[in-house]
Ligand binder design. Structure first.
Ligand SMILES: Cc1cc2nc3c(=O)[nH]c(=O)nc-3n(C[C@H](O)[C@H](O)[C@H](O)COP(=O)(O)OP(=O)(O)OC[C@H]3O[C@@H](n4cnc5c(N)ncnc54)[C@H](O)[C@@H]3O)c2cc1C
Length: 432
């Protein structure tokens, strides 16, 4: 690839990079995606729930032919203590019918299929190419260098290399991240026959369940555990902010082992066979940690830009839509023959009009709020579980006495002033 030139280089064949390449290729732009893995998806980790509507903005009707595992019809939220579980479940048959809401996917299969759509539109995807640096000329980015494989020049480089984007740092767009800005998550894939998954999770063939668990799922640290049903496997994982893991000297693999042993989780995995283990970063710095998103000759998309909503476990949709908006910006810049930062700043305007920046701004205070209250995911689950156990235990105690005892338990375990302070802080933030 030495000294060649194309119109656009995309670094990374994840959802963000492929969405950009697909949009550009469809418009007739000469685009090359450089991917370090043996194939798109080979090294990628996700829970993973893929959302139908944003994906259809890239490939309408994709669900008719893409490699999807199950349509998610049930969402469970669990608040765990060491032994107990409090749950909230939403289930609707509507999510199990076309056009669906969300699907479980395996990234190795999904990414490969998505990349094939970009190739079919005319993008070139070069695998086993690790980009090491960007090329500069007169203060603007003019291409990339990939070690011994040489240099490639372009009008624009789309930086889509995922969480911990070294390229965004080398391009001078991002600073080195801090441990409180990335979560480290361990994930395993367990094989279980499809019929057994359907029996255990009470779903018909082709439909599935997503579980998110808080509290003891992360040893009380700021993060969450998850369990998703695939066709004949289960995806299970847990993790927390790196700063919390470091401070409490917790190993994320040990955290996952503890989560799997929880009495509410262990029966779901019973008899399953371990297929795969992986661990990955999720950028959770949000609004306050955004890098510079464009410069002369380059744009940053997806995880590389920190576009993730950890509250609703959305990342793949942020990646795809930011990739699409970056591509649309490049098309406008191409029409003007101007790839300067000024022309590429339209990217920011497009992001601001979309859920990408609007959602990040909406949740900008949530992580600082929870980080400032390290007891939230420990003391609250325990106090609620104790109260519920007390309430549900039928032992001939008159109910009025039970109600009093529950209030006393909550006040004793949470502290009246702390309860009031937390409630006031929450109301203040919601009202802003
Ligand atoms: C455990 C876990 C669970 C998750 N669950 C969900 C979920 O359920 N739903 C959801 O929507 N999101 C989820 N996410 C987030 C989601 O996975 C990401 O937001 C999404 O993958 C970001 O896409 P991306 O294209 O920006 O980055 P990635 O998918 O990380 O892709 C980056 C690509 O760049 C390549 N690359 C990196 N460096 C180089 C280089 N120097 N040269 C060439 N190629 C390079 C990589 O190999 C990779 O293919 C989860 C993340 C994790 C870690």
């Amino acid at each position: 690839m030495s000294q060649e030139r194309v119109e656009v280089i995309v670094v990374g064949a994840g959802p963000a990079g492929v969405a950009a390449a697909l949009t550009l290729a469809r418009a007739g732009v000469e685009v090359v995606v450089l991917e370090r893995g043996a194939y798109p998806g080979a090294k990628n980790v996700m829970g993973g729930i893929l959302y139908r509507q944003p994906t259809e903005e890239l490939v309408p009707g994709f669900w008719r032919e893409a490699p999807l595992e199950r349509a998610i019809v049930e969402q469970r939220y669990l608040l765990l203590t060491e032994e107990d579980a409090i749950g909230l479940t939403y289930r609707t048959p509507a999510f199990g019918e076309p056009p669906y809401n969300a699907f479980s996917v395996l990234r190795a299969e999904w990414d490969r299929w998505f990349a094939q759509q970009a190739e079919a539109a005319g993008a070139l995807i070069a695998t086993e190419v690790t980009v090491e640096d960007v090329l500069w000329e007169d203060g603007r980015i003019v291409g990339v260098r990939a070690g011994e494989q040489g240099e490639l020049a372009a009008d624009v480089v789309v930086i889509a290399d995922g969480a911990n984007s070294l390229l965004a740092q080398k391009a001078g767009l991002a600073r080195d991240w801090r441990p409180e800005e990335q979560a480290l998550v361990a994930k395993e894939l367990w094989r279980l026959p499809a019929e057994e998954i359907e029996r255990r999770f009470n779903v018909p063939s082709g439909q599935g369940v997503a579980i998110e668990a808080f509290g003891a799922a992360t040893g009380g640290l700021l993060g969450y555990g998850f369990l998703y049903t695939n066709r004949d496997t289960l995806s299970i994982g847990t993790g927390a902010l790196l700063s919390e893991l470091i401070e409490h000297e917790v190993n994320v693999s040990d955290l996952l082992d503890r989560f799997k042993r929880h009495p509410a989780i262990a029966p779901l995995l019973d008899g399953a066979e371990l297929v795969e283990y992986s661990a990955h970063l999720i950028p959770e710095g949000g609004w306050r940690a955004l890098p510079t998103l464009f410069t002369d000759g380059a744009l940053v998309v997806g995880d590389a830009a920190g576009f993730v909503n950890p509250l609703s476990r959305e990342g793949s949709n942020f990646a795809m839509i930011s990739g699409k908006l970056a591509a649309e910006t490049i098309l406008e810049a191409r029409a003007l023959g101007d790839f300067s930062a000024h022309a590429l700043s339209r990217y920011w305007e497009k992001l601001e009009k979309s859920f990408v920046l609007q959602d990040l701004e909406t949740i900008r205070d949530v992580m600082p709020f929870v980080r400032a209250r390290p007891y939230l995911l420990r003391d609250y689950p325990a106090a609620f579980a104790h109260s519920l156990r007390h309430y549900l235990t039928v032992d001939s105690t008159p109910k009025a006495q039970k109600y009093r005892a529950i209030v006393e338990t909550l006040l004793a375990e949470l502290g009246p002033s702390r309860l009031l302070r937390d409630a006031a802080a929450l109301v203040f933030r919601l009202a802003r």
